[in-house]
Write a protein that binds this ligand. Structure first.
Ligand code: UD1
Ligand code: CA
Length: 417
């Protein structure tokens, strides 16, 4: 059910200064998907009445990933998170209730943590509730300051923290829930009095605490959820954690992964039960795999691959934009691109579809029960009929009728049936 009194502001305007990148930070990928996508999933799950995405740096690229129904606003100058929230808030004029702020560079956050935060915020009638985690190495994050009663009294950013404050291990994830009227009334009081000369949203916490409004925190035990991605090293770390989540889920659903730490499967891959995946298999976006298949070791399945049931895509295989029928074997050293292969086909070792003529990608059709001899090169476009066979080392340049046997370079018909 839609939550009438919940609005979300997603901050995604920032540059990727610390990534040293031309690509906006929120479009850098985790397991084949822009990190922003994971944050947008959370928003969808929450069913808020209104959602605003604040874009800025290369907004024309980022907006393509924002689904309909989410309002886009542009932060003209990237002068800090407080200014970004202010920009978002301007388009929530008639809204009353809770405003949840999410950062676009925080993709490991889970729905349950947000629920916990929002429940606490509402049940206790808090003015500002922060999501915090405790990190062994809190470097780079805003530290949560607590007074002698252990109440939150402010946040100090790394660059502005003194040695004692740098020792604080509880950090600000950046995820905050506010009563809208408090945001509206006090965002304007934030001053850029810090080393970066930016308007920090985090300064609002001290402002509200000093006015004796209720500021509180909800701690999440799983520290990874607080991981904000500012650098390539953090991106790699988050990728690794996301990969673990994806692999764990596949195993839970009945897929055998011999060595999850050397198996790289993109977000959104569907794999049927009792499929076995050997190490060093890489599966990219938009791939669907049937039941009881064997993949790898060293299989590379790229976009647009569809494997039926009982398919083997074995050692050192690359496939892209290809459909492979049930019970077909592609066992050793093969490249299949832009092809459709039927059922019960055997593709011999070293088979290559030469799908690119220098200008265009061309299509290969291999019908059911075909036997492709080792080291066959199929120069597309080509159709190979049912029960046809190619001899080892043949270079197929023309269509092969059903049941025919071809050999040689270029392949000629040896036998017809
Ligand atoms: C921020 C927090 C820090 C927290 C950390 C958690 C502030 C001042 N600091 O630091 O306390 O521990 O996140 O990961 O908020 N953005 C805009 N417009 C801007 C600036 C930033 O939209 O003008 C967006 C960025 O795209 C990003 C998010 O806000 O998605 C956070 O900004 P970032 O620069 O990454 O903040 P941190 O330094 O990581
Ligand atoms: Ca960040």
């Amino acid at each position: 059910m839609m939550k009438k009194d919940l609005a979300v502001i997603i901050l995604a305007a920032g540059k990727s200064t610390r990534m040293k990148s031309e690509v906006p930070k929120v479009l850098h990928k985790l397991c084949g998907r822009p990190m922003l996508g994971y944050v947008l999933d959370l928003v969808t799950a929450l069913k808020p009445a209104q959602v605003v995405a604040v874009l800025g740096y290369k907004q024309e690229l980022v907006r393509e990933f924002i689904p309909k129904g989410i309002k886009i606003v542009i932060q003209k100058k990237l002068i800090g998170t407080a200014d970004a929230v202010k920009t978002g808030l301007a388009s929530l004029k008639s809204f009353k209730g809770t405003v949840l702020v999410l950062y676009g560079d925080n993709p490991l956050l889970k729905k349950d943590s947000l629920k916990k935060l929002l429940d606490y915020h509402l049940e206790n009638n808090v003015d500002a509730t922060l999501l915090t985690v405790t990190l062994k190495k809190p470097f780079g994050y805003g530290r949560i300051m607590r007074d002698k009663y252990s109440s939150i009294c402010g946040i100090v950013e790394e660059k502005d923290a003194d040695e004692v404050q740098k020792d604080i291990k509880e950090i600000n994830t950046g995820i905050m829930a506010f009563k809208k009227e408090k945001l509206l009334a006090y965002l304007g009081s934030i001053r850029p009095n810090n080393r970066k000369k930016e308007y920090y949203l985090t300064d609002l916490i001290e402002i509200l605490a000093k006015k004796n409004f209720l500021v509180d925190g909800v701690k999440v035990d799983d520290a990874a959820q607080g991981l904000g991605i500012n650098t390539r090293a953090e991106l790699a770390k988050a990728n690794c954690l996301m990969q673990k989540t994806i692999n764990d889920k596949l195993m839970q659903d009945g897929v055998t992964i011999i060595d999850p730490s050397s198996t790289f499967i993109n977000f959104g891959t569907a794999i049927g039960k009792d499929t076995v995946i050997y190490p060093f298999t890489v599966i990219e976006r938009d791939v669907k795999i049937g039941k009881r298949c064997f993949l790898g070791p060293f299989a590379h399945l790229r976009e647009g691959v569809r494997l039926g049931d009982d398919v083997t895509a074995g050692n050192f295989i690359e496939m892209v934009r290809s459909r492979i029928g049930n019970k077909t074997f592609v066992k050793h050293f093969s490249y299949l691109g832009d092809s459709s292969v039927g059922a019960n086909v055997n593709i011999g070792a070293g088979t290559v579809t030469a799908n690119f003529d220098g200008k265009n990608k061309n299509y290969t059709l291999i019908k059911d029960n075909v036997n492709i001899g080792s080291d066959t090169v199929i120069v597309a476009p080509v159709k190979i009929g049912k029960f046809a066979m190619t001899g080892a080392g043949s270079v197929v340049t023309r269509n092969i009728p059903d049941k025919a046997v071809v050999v040689g370079v270029p392949a000629r018909i040896l036998r017809k049936k």
